[in-house]
Design a protein around this ligand. Structure first.
Ligand SMILES: CC(C)(COP(=O)(O)OP(=O)(O)OC[C@H]1O[C@@H](n2cnc3c(N)ncnc32)[C@H](O)[C@@H]1OP(=O)(O)O)[C@@H](O)C(=O)NCCC(=O)NCCS
Length: 156
Protein backbone atom coordinates (compact mmCIF):
# COMPACT_ATOMS: atom_id res chain seq x y z
CA UNK A 1 0.00 0.00 0.00
CA UNK A 2 1.19 3.51 -0.83
CA UNK A 3 1.68 5.59 2.34
CA UNK A 4 -0.31 8.51 0.91
CA UNK A 5 -3.59 6.58 1.34
CA UNK A 6 -3.13 6.44 5.13
CA UNK A 7 -5.08 8.82 7.36
CA UNK A 8 -3.18 11.32 9.49
CA UNK A 9 -4.71 12.05 12.90
CA UNK A 10 -3.99 13.44 16.35
CA UNK A 11 -3.50 10.54 18.73
CA UNK A 12 -5.35 10.59 22.04
CA UNK A 13 -5.66 8.16 24.94
CA UNK A 14 -7.86 5.83 22.91
CA UNK A 15 -4.68 4.95 20.94
CA UNK A 16 -2.68 3.94 24.04
CA UNK A 17 -2.61 0.18 23.33
CA UNK A 18 -1.77 0.72 19.66
CA UNK A 19 1.07 3.14 20.53
CA UNK A 20 2.52 0.73 23.06
CA UNK A 21 2.37 -2.17 20.59
CA UNK A 22 3.99 -0.16 17.78
CA UNK A 23 6.61 1.25 20.19
CA UNK A 24 7.59 -2.33 21.16
CA UNK A 25 7.69 -3.42 17.53
CA UNK A 26 9.50 -0.43 16.07
CA UNK A 27 11.54 1.02 18.96
CA UNK A 28 12.06 -1.95 21.30
CA UNK A 29 9.86 -0.37 23.97
CA UNK A 30 11.16 3.21 24.11
CA UNK A 31 8.39 4.43 26.47
CA UNK A 32 6.52 2.66 29.29
CA UNK A 33 2.74 2.60 29.48
CA UNK A 34 2.82 5.46 32.02
CA UNK A 35 5.00 7.56 29.70
CA UNK A 36 2.63 6.93 26.78
CA UNK A 37 -0.37 7.82 28.93
CA UNK A 38 1.23 11.18 29.76
CA UNK A 39 2.35 11.74 26.18
CA UNK A 40 -1.18 11.22 24.84
CA UNK A 41 -2.91 13.28 27.53
CA UNK A 42 -0.85 16.44 28.10
CA UNK A 43 -1.96 19.46 26.08
CA UNK A 44 1.53 20.87 25.37
CA UNK A 45 2.53 17.62 23.62
CA UNK A 46 1.64 16.83 20.03
CA UNK A 47 1.26 13.18 19.00
CA UNK A 48 0.30 12.36 15.41
CA UNK A 49 -0.35 8.98 13.86
CA UNK A 50 -0.74 7.45 10.41
CA UNK A 51 -3.58 4.99 10.37
CA UNK A 52 -4.95 2.39 7.99
CA UNK A 53 -8.53 2.03 9.28
CA UNK A 54 -7.85 1.12 12.95
CA UNK A 55 -4.26 -0.01 12.43
CA UNK A 56 -1.51 2.37 13.57
CA UNK A 57 1.34 2.40 11.03
CA UNK A 58 3.48 5.16 12.50
CA UNK A 59 3.66 7.91 15.11
CA UNK A 60 5.55 11.09 15.81
CA UNK A 61 5.56 13.01 19.09
CA UNK A 62 6.92 16.33 20.26
CA UNK A 63 6.71 18.97 22.98
CA UNK A 64 6.31 22.61 22.30
CA UNK A 65 8.32 24.64 24.82
CA UNK A 66 7.69 28.32 24.06
CA UNK A 67 8.91 28.53 20.44
CA UNK A 68 10.97 25.34 20.39
CA UNK A 69 9.68 21.97 19.25
CA UNK A 70 11.45 19.06 20.92
CA UNK A 71 10.81 15.97 18.85
CA UNK A 72 10.74 13.02 21.22
CA UNK A 73 9.69 9.98 19.18
CA UNK A 74 9.26 8.94 15.55
CA UNK A 75 8.66 5.41 14.32
CA UNK A 76 7.08 3.57 11.42
CA UNK A 77 5.99 -0.06 11.46
CA UNK A 78 8.88 -2.17 10.10
CA UNK A 79 6.58 -3.71 7.46
CA UNK A 80 5.62 -0.30 6.09
CA UNK A 81 8.88 1.64 5.84
CA UNK A 82 10.37 3.47 2.87
CA UNK A 83 7.00 4.38 1.35
CA UNK A 84 6.97 7.94 2.68
CA UNK A 85 5.31 7.52 6.10
CA UNK A 86 8.20 8.81 8.23
CA UNK A 87 8.63 11.93 6.11
CA UNK A 88 4.90 12.60 6.10
CA UNK A 89 4.68 12.30 9.88
CA UNK A 90 7.69 14.53 10.46
CA UNK A 91 6.44 17.25 8.09
CA UNK A 92 2.96 17.13 9.67
CA UNK A 93 4.44 17.59 13.15
CA UNK A 94 6.61 20.50 11.99
CA UNK A 95 3.61 22.16 10.35
CA UNK A 96 1.42 21.71 13.42
CA UNK A 97 4.11 23.05 15.74
CA UNK A 98 4.83 25.98 13.45
CA UNK A 99 1.14 26.89 13.46
CA UNK A 100 1.37 26.91 17.27
CA UNK A 101 4.37 29.25 17.28
CA UNK A 102 7.44 26.99 16.92
CA UNK A 103 10.45 28.74 15.37
CA UNK A 104 12.91 25.86 15.62
CA UNK A 105 12.88 22.12 16.08
CA UNK A 106 15.40 19.83 17.72
CA UNK A 107 15.95 16.14 18.39
CA UNK A 108 18.64 13.58 19.11
CA UNK A 109 19.44 10.69 16.80
CA UNK A 110 21.85 7.79 17.28
CA UNK A 111 24.98 8.34 15.20
CA UNK A 112 24.59 4.90 13.57
CA UNK A 113 20.90 5.34 12.65
CA UNK A 114 21.44 5.88 8.93
CA UNK A 115 17.75 5.78 7.95
CA UNK A 116 16.68 8.41 10.48
CA UNK A 117 19.71 10.62 9.79
CA UNK A 118 18.94 10.56 6.07
CA UNK A 119 15.32 11.44 6.75
CA UNK A 120 16.23 14.41 8.99
CA UNK A 121 18.84 15.64 6.51
CA UNK A 122 16.27 15.44 3.69
CA UNK A 123 13.94 17.63 5.76
CA UNK A 124 16.66 20.22 6.32
CA UNK A 125 17.91 19.35 9.82
CA UNK A 126 21.58 20.14 10.53
CA UNK A 127 23.85 18.40 13.02
CA UNK A 128 24.80 20.89 15.75
CA UNK A 129 26.71 18.70 18.19
CA UNK A 130 27.33 15.25 19.59
CA UNK A 131 26.52 13.77 23.00
CA UNK A 132 29.20 11.15 23.49
CA UNK A 133 27.94 7.74 24.76
CA UNK A 134 24.50 9.27 25.32
CA UNK A 135 22.56 6.02 24.99
CA UNK A 136 22.68 3.20 27.53
CA UNK A 137 24.35 0.91 24.96
CA UNK A 138 27.23 3.38 24.53
CA UNK A 139 26.21 4.88 21.19
CA UNK A 140 26.68 8.59 20.55
CA UNK A 141 23.72 10.91 19.92
CA UNK A 142 23.84 13.63 17.29
CA UNK A 143 21.91 16.81 18.11
CA UNK A 144 19.82 18.01 15.18
CA UNK A 145 18.32 21.47 14.63
CA UNK A 146 15.97 22.94 12.09
CA UNK A 147 15.02 26.63 11.87
CA UNK A 148 11.34 27.25 11.12
CA UNK A 149 10.99 30.83 9.91
CA UNK A 150 7.58 32.43 10.50
CA UNK A 151 5.17 32.09 7.63
CA UNK A 152 6.94 29.18 5.96
CA UNK A 153 4.24 27.23 4.24
CA UNK A 154 5.49 23.71 4.86
CA UNK A 155 2.74 21.26 4.13
CA UNK A 156 1.91 17.66 4.91
C1 LIG B 1 13.49 6.45 10.52
C2 LIG B 1 12.10 5.98 10.07
C3 LIG B 1 11.03 6.66 10.92
C4 LIG B 1 11.90 6.35 8.60
O1 LIG B 1 10.56 6.05 8.25
P1 LIG B 1 10.14 5.69 6.73
O2 LIG B 1 8.67 5.68 6.68
O3 LIG B 1 10.83 4.46 6.28
O4 LIG B 1 10.74 6.96 5.97
P2 LIG B 1 10.32 7.52 4.52
O5 LIG B 1 9.83 6.40 3.65
O6 LIG B 1 9.38 8.66 4.71
O7 LIG B 1 11.71 8.03 3.96
C5 LIG B 1 12.01 9.42 3.89
C6 LIG B 1 13.51 9.57 3.64
O8 LIG B 1 14.24 9.02 4.73
C7 LIG B 1 15.45 8.42 4.25
N1 LIG B 1 15.42 6.98 4.55
C8 LIG B 1 14.37 6.28 5.07
N2 LIG B 1 14.74 4.99 5.26
C9 LIG B 1 16.02 4.89 4.85
C10 LIG B 1 16.96 3.82 4.84
N3 LIG B 1 16.63 2.59 5.28
N4 LIG B 1 18.21 4.08 4.41
C11 LIG B 1 18.56 5.31 3.97
N5 LIG B 1 17.71 6.38 3.96
C12 LIG B 1 16.47 6.16 4.41
C13 LIG B 1 15.49 8.70 2.77
O9 LIG B 1 16.14 9.95 2.59
C14 LIG B 1 14.03 8.84 2.44
O10 LIG B 1 13.78 9.61 1.30
P3 LIG B 1 13.71 8.89 -0.15
O11 LIG B 1 12.67 7.83 -0.05
O12 LIG B 1 13.34 10.00 -1.07
O13 LIG B 1 15.07 8.31 -0.40
C15 LIG B 1 11.98 4.42 10.18
O14 LIG B 1 13.09 3.83 9.56
C16 LIG B 1 11.88 3.91 11.61
O15 LIG B 1 10.79 3.83 12.18
N6 LIG B 1 13.03 3.54 12.20
C17 LIG B 1 13.06 2.99 13.57
C18 LIG B 1 12.76 4.05 14.59
C19 LIG B 1 13.75 5.20 14.51
O16 LIG B 1 14.93 5.01 14.27
N7 LIG B 1 13.23 6.41 14.74
C20 LIG B 1 14.01 7.63 14.74
C21 LIG B 1 14.59 7.85 16.11
S1 LIG B 1 15.54 9.37 16.19
Amino acid sequence: MNGSSLRLLCLDSSWLAACLALDRRALDGFWSEAQWQRELAEPNRICLGLVNEAELRGFVCGWLVVDELQITALAVDPDHRQIGCGGRLLRALLTRAQQQGARRATLEVAADNAAARALYAAEGFKTAGCRSRYYSDGRDALIQWLELPPGTGRCD
